[in-house]
Design a protein around this ligand. Sequence first.
Ligand SMILES: Cc1cc2nc3c(=O)[nH]c(=O)nc-3n(C[C@H](O)[C@H](O)[C@H](O)COP(=O)(O)O)c2cc1C
Length: 320
Amino acid sequence: MSNNRVCELLEIQYPIIEGGLAYVGNGALAAAVSNGGGFGVVGSAGRTVENFCREIKLAAEQTELPFGVNFPISQHADNDKIVQAILDHKHLIRAVSISAGNPRPYIPIFKDAGLKALVLTSTVHQSLRAEQAGADLVVCEGYEAGGHLGPAEMTLFSLIPQVVRVVSIPVVAAGGLSDGRGILAAFALGAEGVQLGTRFVATTECEAHDAYKRLLLDADDDATTVIERSIGRVTRVLKSQYVDDILAVEQSNPSVDTLLPYIKGRNKIAAIDGKTDAGWLNCGQSVGLIDSIESATSVVKRLVQEVQLLASGDTLDVFK
Ligand SMILES: Cc1cc2nc3c(=O)[nH]c(=O)nc-3n(C[C@H](O)[C@H](O)[C@H](O)COP(=O)(O)O)c2cc1C
């Protein structure tokens, strides 16, 4: 798996990227992913500028290997301040993953500062536009993923081969990948790397509350659902009584005004404070594969071993 275009671009050993993780993508987690040979990413969503800067510095203290940051455009009150914080720390980071908005104005700013630009997309059209705007790679996220999703609701299986056909920059697959089988499948579809989110929440370094991590361990394949469709957004979360209440409001009285009290600030309450009956939790569909809370460094190493075993075994002999 090593020595492909994603590894060269990010200067990493294995093309396994940590997705931006709102509230829970802390510096220690990013460092642990990078220390395993993957590419750790410090999240900015849900953080003050000061806290974001502190987590970047913490990551840099805990790894000598490359890592990056996530910049979800629509998630900040003041994007100028976040961009400035990223530029102020450009000597510590290798790349910015840009998501949740139009990346075009930001790509040249980051690239002029010597950073690589990773752009999150969820359709062929978006991927082409990202390439035209100068993205170094696209992370194509399928409908299986945890968190905010693209409105087209395309599954990874259909999305990746269609994007790979038309762009020439590397394509990284995201959504529903938590084991070696999924990663190998993503490569078979044409991806040159993978991005994982939910799997990295269930790690010792992640600052998510233990209650959140325990729920991930207990969750089965059908444990997730989608909220916010009634207000034009698509967000994959863990099912719960609280989420049922949100869905009931979406059915009976859907509007931004009625939903906002259930949504705003309520991810933090559950994910960080552990009050899982008073808020919602992002979670992807492959959560049923997660059965241990371990170091993110070990997760990366084990995923690599799983891929290596599968690729060298006789799984595909039937086609020989
Ligand atoms: C807890 C959580 C928070 C997330 N927050 C962000 C975010 O702030 N920015 C972003 O670009 N993507 C975010 N995502 C999406 C991830 O970066 C990643 O693409 C996705 O989790 C991949 O799907 P998976 O969860 O099935 O592995 C989040 C996902 C999760 C699970």
